[in-house]
Design a protein around this ligand. Structure first.
Ligand code: IPE
Ligand code: IPE
Ligand code: MG
Length: 247
């Protein structure tokens, strides 16, 4: 049986998030500049978006640039920003054809003007699409997000818009960049690193974690199908006992 046919379409992760890592090492292994790895990485993005659309996954979130990535050499940061603009320009038609809504999370104001403008433009153009929400995490860091959230809620308390007793998980959720997204079900990280690197700390509280050695530029639909099949064979207990789930 084909790998794709082994996927149970009734048990798909509703929200899939990916830490796309290993572009630099992929290039280094081939004696190329790191930037070539990033360029090849955009091809893997296209392939994975296509696969998720075919499977009808509702939410796909991709970690594309972290708050810490600003500390990389300027030349690499500039290239990544350029690549982002050209990819957005190139992919807008595909997003429209496939009814995909683009969304972004992170400190978007810190992005260069050109990137910000292009991003907002594509977000606006695709805002009524409803087959899949594709979220790009850009200049995203969970600690920055949580700090911002605490600040905003504190201001509301100070101005008597909310009382401290009424702060609950829903209130916190509603102040996060991800307020319109459900919790993450499956988080994939490529390149053999076993860490979260400041990505969606609150939102992955009960996500299934999947790590693979494959470097992001080599990541294909087959790798994704393997990850989903692995996810479907797990028992998500959410603190309950296995017996309770069968009741
Ligand atoms: C992921 O690949 C892309 C970004 C973080 C922007 P890396 O550039 O981190 O590649 P490695 O980890 O150095 O191999
Ligand atoms: C995480 O990868 C960020 C993205 C994939 C965008 P990094 O390569 O920046 O993570 P660390 O520094 O190895 O933890
Ligand atoms: Mg890396």
């Amino acid at each position: 049986m084909k790998l794709q046919d082994q996927i149970d379409l009734n048990k798909l992760p509703r929200h899939l998030a990916v830490i796309m890592d290993g572009n630099g090492r992929w290039a280094k292994q081939k004696g190329l500049f790191r930037t070539m790895g990033h360029e090849k990485g955009t091809k893997a993005v296209r392939e994975i978006v296509e696969a998720c659309t075919e499977l009808n996954i509702s939410y796909l979130t991709l970690y594309a640039f972290s708050t810490e990535n600003w500390n990389r050499p300027k030349m690499e940061v500039d290239l990544l920003m350029k690549l982002l603009v050209s990819s957005l320009k190139k992919e807008i038609d595909t997003l429209q054809e496939n009814n995909i809504k683009l969304n972004a999370i992170g400190n978007l104001e810190s992005l260069p003007k050109k990137v910000h403008k292009e991003l907002i433009d594509v977000i606006k153009k695709t805002e009524t699409n409803d087959r899949m929400t594709l979220t790009l995490a850009l200049s995203y860091g969970s600690r920055e997000e949580l700090t911002k959230t605490i600040k905003e809620i504190s201001h509301k308390v100070k101005n008597n818009l909310i009382s401290p007793e009424n702060i609950d998980e829903t209130v916190i959720n509603n102040h996060l960049y991800t307020r319109n997204l459900p919790d993450v079900d499956l988080l994939i990280r490529t390149s053999g690193e076993h860490r979260i690197s400041n990505f969606l700390l609150w939102q992955i509280a009960y996500a299934e974690l999947y790590f693979t050695e494959t470097l992001w530029p080599d990541y294909t639909k087959t790798h994704l199908f393997e990850a989903i099949i692995n996810y479907q064979n797990r028992e998500r207990r959410f603190g309950k006992t296995s017996e309770q789930l069968k009741e």
